[in-house]
Write a protein that binds this ligand. Structure first.
Ligand SMILES: [Zn+2]
Length: 430
């Protein structure tokens, strides 16, 4: 017998004895334990092998080392030898219920569509989605009335209609109206669409931010230009919802973000989605994509008339802006600013679930380490979106939302594709 086998036997005997002899008085007897697994809790603590995740009533009870095992014999034990557990991933900037396939508009608005999309996110390990704007009212009904664990769907946070007031007074009115729906965030767009529309003025956006803050709700801003990002930061914006895509980020922007600890969601896949369908994209052959893709939509996207829509001025601008967007993401990241996973998935041809993995792979290709990306997709996303009391890490009291992997994601972010199981509120997604 080798030394390690002997050791394993010894440990097993100790564990067996502990189980037989009962345990500490205050440990509840209705726990589920996912055992013999490597766990990264999403905190600064490194992954721990030979651990157990303890879950009670859909919440994390604790994470313990197997060597400290001292649990009641009633504990339900699920052996996960050889596997990895990470917190469920969070998309800090998605959209739900706004499209179905390539279709948009009121005809496709339904609770069913919202639920289908949240289920799709969940299957890809995205267990929470912050939908940043223009959701139908049915999305609020889903958020308010349906339990994510029983519906096997991602948790949902919402911003409601993107606000576009014409004056400071109107800003206060629009924000007040929106509060009836109890949004988690508010959202504005400060962008002239490459000269094709009017840009919201600083006077109006500062009033909108002020109004939102009066109601205690944080505000996210869509931007393209550095100048607008700076103006918004000076006026109290709470999230920069896209990369700066017109020039390199400046020290002024970096300082403003650091000063108030403001995050960014780079949404690199958003740029891709504007031009990639001009030709048949490579990922149409990716089995991980095809697993959940609708073949009708793929066919539609290969129709020459549809492909034509992905060419022209906007397509050219965003394709050419992508290297700068990546460079700016890295400059902010290297300055200590938290980058939160965000994709802008949900509108037509921005494929929910798959695009989050593509985004993280692009973040890695741009130079971020897998460990940093894992933080972006869990704890940082939760902190940045102010939902870290509920999700983001596997700490006691938080939802037992987690992803079980067969490969270690810290060695390559592509290993996040190797999903064995996804749990939401302690329940395994089918
Ligand atoms: Zn968006």
């Amino acid at each position: 017998m080798t030394k390690s086998r002997l050791f394993t036997l010894l440990i097993s005997s100790v564990v067996f004895l502990l189980i037989q002899t009962g345990c500490g008085d205050d440990i509840p007897d209705d726990l589920t334990a996912y055992t013999n697994v490597t766990i990264w809790t999403g905190t600064d603590r490194a992954s721990q092998s030979n651990s157990a995740l303890l879950v009670q009533n859909g919440k994390v009870y604790d994470v313990i080392s197997m060597t400290d095992w001292d649990l009641p014999e009633e504990t339900e034990v699920i052996d996960m030898s050889g596997l990895f557990i990470i917190p469920g991933m969070i998309n800090a900037h998605g959209h739900v219920g706004t499209a179905r396939g390539l279709q948009t508009g009121p005809d496709i608005h339904s609770e069913e569509n919202v639920i289908d999309q949240l289920r799709l996110y969940a299957r890809y390990g995205i267990t929470t989605v912050v939908s940043l704007g223009d959701e139908p009212s049915q999305a609020f009904d889903v958020r308010d009335n349906h339990d994510p664990a029983s519906y096997q769907m991602a948790r949902l946070y919402l911003a409601g209609p993107v606000l576009n007031p014409g004056s400071p007074n109107e800003a206060f009115e629009r924000v007040a109206e929106l509060m009836g729906r109890n949004p988690d965030w508010t959202k504005i767009r400060v962008d002239d669409n490459l000269g094709r529309s009017n840009k919201m003025s600083p006077e109006v956006y500062s009033a909108t931010i002020e109004a939102s803050h009066e109601h205690g709700v944080p505000l996210a801003a869509h931007i393209v230009a550095l100048e607008d990002a700076i103006g918004l930061l000076e006026n109290g914006v709470d999230l920069i919802a896209h990369s700066v895509r017109d020039e390199p980020v400046s020290n002024e922007m970096i300082d403003l973000m650091l000063e108030r600890d403001i995050c960014i969601t780079p949404t690199l896949t958003r740029e891709i989605s504007v031009y990639i369908y001009a030709n048949r994209p490579d990922f149409f052959d990716d089995p991980y994509f095809l697993e959940h893709a609708d073949s009708d939509i793929l066919e539609e996207l290969q129709d020459p008339e549809v492909q034509e829509r992905y060419t022209g001025m906007a397509a050219d601008f965003y394709r050419e802006a992508l290297p700068l967007a990546k460079q700016n993401m890295m400059a902010l990241h290297n300055s200590g600013i938290r980058v939160a996973l965000g994709t802008d998935s949900g509108p037509p041809a921005r494929f929910q679930g798959y695009f989050e993995h593509m985004e993280m792979e692009m973040m890695q290709d741009a130079g971020m380490h897998p460990g940093d990306i894992l933080h972006s997709a869990t704890r940082y996303a939760a902190e940045c979106m102010q939902i870290d009391d509920a999700v983001g890490t596997l700490e006691p009291g938080k939802h037992a939302d987690f992803v079980v992997l067969t490969e270690n994601p810290f060695s390559d972010i592509r290993n996040l594709r190797e999903i064995e199981a996804v749990y939401i509120g302690g329940r395994e997604i089918e």
